[in-house]
Design a protein around this ligand. Structure first.
Ligand SMILES: [Zn+2]
Ligand SMILES: [Zn+2]
Length: 479
C-alpha cells in the first residue's frame, strides 16, 4: 500500500467552533498521522496515511463539521510519498503571529449535550450556569485578542481543575480543546444582590426564581450583556417595568421555555422553528395565536401589534432560570419577559458595577457573575417574510461572521456607519465583517461602545484600515 503525506488549508468560518477536535477525532478514526494547526484565517492540516484513508477523512470531515462551522474551501498544498507514517495525530499550538487576518467566532447557543448535563443530578455540571463545550458557549463576547485561545479570553482568570484539564486533553471528549469550558469547581460563579448591589447571602438561582414569581424585576448578566427579566403573565410587573424604563409602547421581547410553549401561543413555520433552535438563537418575530390573547397580557407586552418577538433559552443560565432544580419550590416558568438591560437609548450594560449604577432604579434584584464580558452583543432580531428570514438586528450569534463579496476590496476599509442605529464594518480582500448593532450614538456610553468596536475589529482581524468611510454630515459622532 502506498503511503502519502498531504497538506491542506481549510478556509471558512472555522475558528473557535470545534473544528480542530473534530479533525483530530476523524483522523484517529481513519488511523491517520499528522497534525492540525490554527493559522489565524485558516486551519492547516498535515495528513499521513493511505490515499483512500485521506479521501475518506475529507468526505467524513465535510459531513461531520460542527453545525456552526462553514468550510468554504479545502486547498491542497502538497502531496508526497512517504515510506512510513507517524501514528500520532497532534493539535499544534495556534500560530500567534500569523500575518493573516482571522475570522473571529460568534457566540453559540447551548447544545443538547450540555443541556442534558445541567439537569442531570449525577453530572458534575448539574445546575452549573457556565457549562459549555466545543460546539456551544460564549466566544465573541469573551475574546480579548486573537487567535482565539483560552489565554486570550476572560476565561483565563479561571485555571482549569484536574477534571476539566482531562476533558480538555482527551480527544474523545466533547470538551477536547474547548476554550471556554468551566465547572463548578474551577469556573465562574453566580451571586445575587439587592438593587444597590449588596450581596444577598442566598442561593442565587432559586432566589432569582422566587423573586420573579413574586413579580420582581430581575437584572440578569447574560452572554452579551445585561437583560431585564420578569414573569410575562404578570401585568402589574410589566406595567412597573415600562414605567421604570420609561418605555411606554415599544414591544418587549419574551423568552419561552421550549418550542411546545412557543407553538401554544404563536404560529411557527418550519423556518421559524429552525431559527429559534439555531446556534444563533435570535429573537424571531411571530404571529400571535388566539391562545396568547386569552392567557398573556399581549396588549402590555406588544401594544398595537399582532406579533411578538420570541426566543428560546440560549444559555445554561436562561435554562436554569426557567426550570427548577431539586428542592426549588417555584414551578417552571412558561414565558419570561427578556428585554435589554439599559436605560433609554443607552447600550446594554456589560459590567456589574455599571449595571448596579445604571439599572438601580429599574431592577429589584441582580443576578450577576464574574465571567467578564469584553464586547457587547444584543440579542439578534429576525423576522420572516414569505418564508425568508430577514435580519432586523444583527448581533449575538451572527456577528462577527463575515459576508463574502463577489469582488475584492482593494485596500482594507473601515465603514463608520450612521448616527442612529449604528453598525460599523470593516472590509478587506473578499469580505465584509460587520460589528454587532451598536445603536444610536446619542449617549457617552454608546460612543464608548462604538470606539471600542472600531479599535478591536481591525486589531482582531489584523487589518489596519487604509481607508475610512464616513458620512459627510459634520455633526455625527461616527464622522
Ligand atoms: Zn455544549
Ligand atoms: Zn473544572
Amino acid at each position: 500500500m502506498s503511503l502519502l503525506r498531504k497538506s491542506f488549508e481549510l478556509h471558512g468560518i472555522i475558528q473557535g467552533l470545534g473544528i480542530r477536535p473534530t479533525v483530530h477525532r476523524i483522523a484517529k478514526r481513519f488511523c491517520l498521522g499528522g497534525s492540525v494547526q490554527n493559522l489565524g484565517n485558516s486551519v492547516r492540516l498535515e495528513l499521513e496515511g493511505s490515499e483512500g484513508s485521506i479521501e475518506a477523512f475529507l468526505c467524513t470531515l465535510l459531513k461531520e463539521v460542527p453545525s456552526a462551522t462553514r468550510i468554504d474551501l479545502i486547498k491542497e498544498l502538497r502531496s508526497e510519498p512517504v515510506s512510513e507514517v507517524v501514528s500520532d495525530f497532534k493539535i499544534l499550538e495556534s500560530a500567534p503571529n500569523s500575518e493573516y487576518a482571522v475570522s473571529f467566532p460568534p457566540d453559540l447557543a447551548l447544545c443538547r449535550d450540555c443541556l442534558a448535563e445541567i439537569f442531570n443530578p449525577a453530572d458534575r455540571r448539574y445546575g452549573y450556569p457556565f457549562t459549555s463545550c466545543t460546539v456551544c458557549g460564549p466566544r465573541y463576547t469573551v475574546i480579548e485578542g486573537m487567535p482565539y485561545d483560552r489565554e486570550r479570553t476572560t476565561l483565563k482568570f479561571f485555571p482549569l481543575c484536574k477534571d476539566c484539564q482531562e476533558e480538555y486533553r482527551n480527544p474523545f471528549s466533547r470538551r477536547f480543546h474547548a476554550e471556554s469550558i468551566a465547572c463548578p469547581k474551577c469556573g465562574p460563579k453566580m451571586r445575587i444582590t439587592d438593587k444597590s448591589g449588596k450581596a444577598l447571602n442566598q442561593e442565587p438561582l432559586s432566589t432569582a426564581r422566587q423573586g420573579i414569581s413574586e413579580g420582581k424585576i430581575l437584572a440578569l448578566r447574560g452572554i452579551g450583556g445585561f437583560l431585564l427579566s420578569l414573569d410575562a403573565f404578570n401585568s402589574s410587573a410589566i406595567k412597573e417595568l415600562r414605567l421604570r424604563k420609561q418605555r411606554p409602547h415599544k414591544p418587549l421581547a419574551v423568552m419561552m421555555r421550549d418550542l411546545s410553549v412557543v407553538k401554544r401561543f404563536c404560529h411557527v413555520s418550519a423556518i421559524g422553528e429552525s431559527l429559534l433552535q439555531s446556534a444563533e438563537a435570535p429573537i424571531v418575530i411571530l404571529d400571535l395565536k388566539e391562545e396568547a390573547r386569552r392567557e398573556l397580557p399581549v396588549d402590555l407586552l406588544a401594544p398595537d401589534t399582532e406579533t411578538l418577538g420570541v426566543m428560546l433559552p440560549y444559555s445554561p443560565l436562561h435554562q436554569l432560570l426557567f426550570h427548577p432544580l431539586k428542592g426549588d419550590p417555584v414551578q417552571a416558568f412558561d414565558v419570561l419577559v427578556m428585554t435589554s438591560g439599559n436605560k433609554r437609548s443607552e447600550p446594554i450594560c456589560i459590567k456589574n458595577e455599571e449595571a448596579f449604577l445604571r439599572l438601580q432604579d429599574i431592577a429589584d434584584l441582580f443576578l450577576v457573575h464574574d465571567r467578564e464580558i469584553v464586547l457587547r452583543a444584543d440579542d439578534s432580531l429576525v423576522s420572516i417574510q414569505e418564508e425568508v428570514p430577514q435580519i432586523w438586528r444583527r448581533a449575538r450569534g451572527y456577528s462577527p461572521r463575515g459576508f463574502k463579496l463577489k469582488n475584492t476590496i482593494s485596500v482594507p476599509s473601515l465603514g463608520m456607519g450612521a448616527e442612529l442605529k449604528n453598525t460599523a464594518a470593516i472590509g478587506f480582500d473578499g469580505q465584509i465583517v460587520m460589528s454587532p448593532h451598536i445603536g444610536d450614538l446619542e449617549t457617552p456610553e454608546a460612543v464608548d461602545d462604538f470606539e471600542q468596536v472600531i479599535k478591536c475589529f481591525p486589531e482582531f482581524l489584523r487589518r489596519e484600515p487604509e481607508r475610512v468611510l464616513v458620512d459627510l454630515h459634520p455633526d455625527m459622532h461616527s464622522s
